[in-house]
Design a protein around this ligand. Structure first.
Ligand code: CUA
Length: 347
């Protein structure tokens, strides 16, 4: 019993510490806190956070009243030895009390419905201002495709957007689709979960009010590698965003010193699943690799994008991400090195 209480105590202390950190009471943690639902930085996330805290406050008051009355009754009316054998007064029904315990919960639920409906409307009825960026997001097993309307940019897993100044909002609207099964787009500090459903387009939007990197995750079970369907949103200041756009619009780099690697790439099955603009690779089944090296991670966040990891990934994708739909190409050591050298030039 003593040990159990001890472990319960340790657990509670950790839980309180974690909540305190989440609420920003710990050390300044905005830099290391890229996925905290309690630190919203975008209108949809603000709306959700406000309504969550409001609901929590109301239910906390209810909890305190109910458990207080219960504790009082348990203590005050606990079993005692009664000598005269008499029973306490018996009460059967009370019109006013029954009316009160029906009307009060109905009123509380009505208030919660109204506030929730207002928040939902604020998020769903938002108009697209002229400066809005539009991105088509396609969920795949198990990675994210991002196609920027009108910019000719296609990238994967790392969504880049401009910061949105509340005085001149430049939100990013995301048209969500799925290439296979249901997925869900969730970046806790920017927006609530929105599902990506086959044959149905859903819409969400974000207007990040600070630059930075924000982490997200597929939030709908979608198969073996659901847990490694990570995503990150990189929010740029305006000038940096313009530079990112013009860099991504460039065709793939040409480097004669990696000609053999390019030949390996163009003469294997790589080309039937990947695009490298300006080459024979035009497959759309896997991520666009035109600017592969501009991404920080590989395989939807499963590994950092280093030459070593890239080589390990191509040699045997299943070793990094069991179940990944990319097959091992069984290349010879020399071809593999040359291929990695070629891919490393796709900046
Ligand atoms: Cu995609 Cu879970």
């Amino acid at each position: 019993m003593g040990r159990r209480l001890f472990f319960l105590g340790v657990f509670l202390a950790h839980a309180i510490q974690a909540v305190a950190n989440d609420w920003g009471m710990g050390e300044a943690n905005s830099k290391i806190d890229p996925a905290n639902i309690f630190r919203p930085l975008s209108t949809p996330a603000h709306e959700i956070s406000t309504i969550a805290i409001f609901t929590l406050a109301i239910t906390t008051v209810i909890f305190v009243i109910v458990s207080g009355l219960l504790t009082y009754s348990v203590v005050r009316f606990r079993a005692r030895r009664i000598d005269d054998g008499s029973e306490p007064p018996q009460v059967y029904g009370s019109g006013p009390v029954e009316f009160a315990w029906t009307a009060v919960p109905v009123l509380i639920v009505f208030v919660l419905i109204l506030t929730t409906a207002r928040s939902t409307y604020t998020v769903q009825a938002a108009r697209r201002p002229p400066g809005a960026v539009a991105v088509r997001v396609v969920g795949h097993q198990w990675w994210w495709e991002f196609e920027y309307a009108g910019l000719g940019i296609v990238t994967a897993n790392e969504l880049h957007v401009p910061v949105s100044d509340p005085r001149h909002p430049t939100p990013t609207f995301l048209d969500l689709e799925s290439a296979d099964v249901a997925h869900s787009f969730w970046v806790p500090r920017l927006a609530g979960k929105t599902d990506l459903i086959p044959n149905k387009a859903n819409v969400t939007w974000i207007d990040p009010q600070e630059p930075g990197v924000f982490l997200g995750q597929c939030a709908e079970f979608c198969g073996t590698q659901h847990a490694l369907m990570l995503l990150r949103v990189v929010v740029h200041p305006r000038d940096e965003w313009d530079r990112w756009v013009s860099a991504q619009r460039q065709p793939a780099a040409e480097d004669p010193s990696v000609a053999n690697g390019r030949h390996v790439f163009e003469s294997t099955a790589c080309v039937s699943c990947h695009v490298v603009r300006g080459t024979a690779a035009t497959g759309r089944f896997g991520p666009d690799l035109t600017h592969l090296m501009s991404r920080e991670t590989l395989a939807a966040g499963a590994a950092l994008n280093t030459a070593e990891n890239l080589k390990a990934w191509i040699r045997d994708p299943a070793a990094i991400k069991p179940g990944a739909l990319m097959p091992a190409m069984n290349l010879g050591a020399r071809d593999l090195d040359d291929l990695v050298a070629y891919l490393a030039t796709l900046s």
